[in-house]
Each structure stands twice: as C-alpha cells, then as structure tokens.
Write a protein that binds this ligand. Structure first.
Ligand SMILES: [Cu+2]
Length: 116
C-alpha cells in the first residue's frame, strides 16, 4: 500500500471523527439542564432556587429601565458587569453547596442558589 492510497481513507476518517464530535457536543449542550430566575421590581424571583449540580442558571432582567448584576461575592467571584432590561446573565453550578448572592448596585437585593 502506498501513501497516496491511504490519504483519502485518512481524510474520511478525520471527517467522520469531526462529525461525531460535533454531534456529541450539540447533543450534550441540548441536554444541559438550565433554570431561570427573573429580575423584576428590584427582586430576584424566586429568591431561593434549588438546582441539581451541573445546571446553568440564567437571570433575566425583566425591568422596564433598571440595570442589575448578579454577584456571588461570598464565593469569591469578581464583581460582574451590569445587565439591562432584555439582557440576561448566566452562571453554571458544578459543585453542591449553598451560594448566596446579591446585586452589585443594589446590595439589598439578595438571593440564594442551592446546588444538590
Ligand atoms: Cu440591582
């Protein structure tokens, strides 16, 4: 067997591997659990949420004008940027535990994420 005869076979194998990887990645992304918290009238709704480990939590700003942030300061996160009405913020929780958070510009806005 010569190299020229092997090449097309190798390319086909490479394409198949790339296709399988892309397929498994998209299937994995589709199966990833997500949960949502709404922000309205300076409140996180629900204020406490329990999620399984590996869940991506999305906070959606439903205010008319007010921006907010979601800051896990006690977990050691740096202060995140603000997000405006119509925008959202996401964070994935891989480890079980209790994660309190608050809004950067409005520290009286608090919430808790329980990861099981
Ligand atoms: Cu706020």
């Amino acid at each position: 067997m010569t190299c020229t005869k092997l090449k097309p076979h190798r390319i086909a194998k490479g394409l198949l591997a790339a296709w399988l990887l892309a397929t498994s990645l998209s299937a994995h992304a589709g199966e990833m659990p997500t949960a949502e918290v709404e922000i309205l009238k300076y409140q996180f709704i629900p204020q406490e949420i329990t999620i399984p480990a590996g869940t991506t939590l999305r906070w959606s700003n439903k205010e008319k004008r007010q921006y907010h942030s979601v800051w896990f300061e006690q977990a050691g996160d740096p202060e995140p940027g603000y997000f405006f009405p119509g925008e959202s913020y996401e964070r994935t929780f891989d480890k079980p535990g209790v994660y309190p958070y608050h809004c950067g510009p409005h520290p009286e806005m608090t919430g808790t994420v329980r990861v099981e």
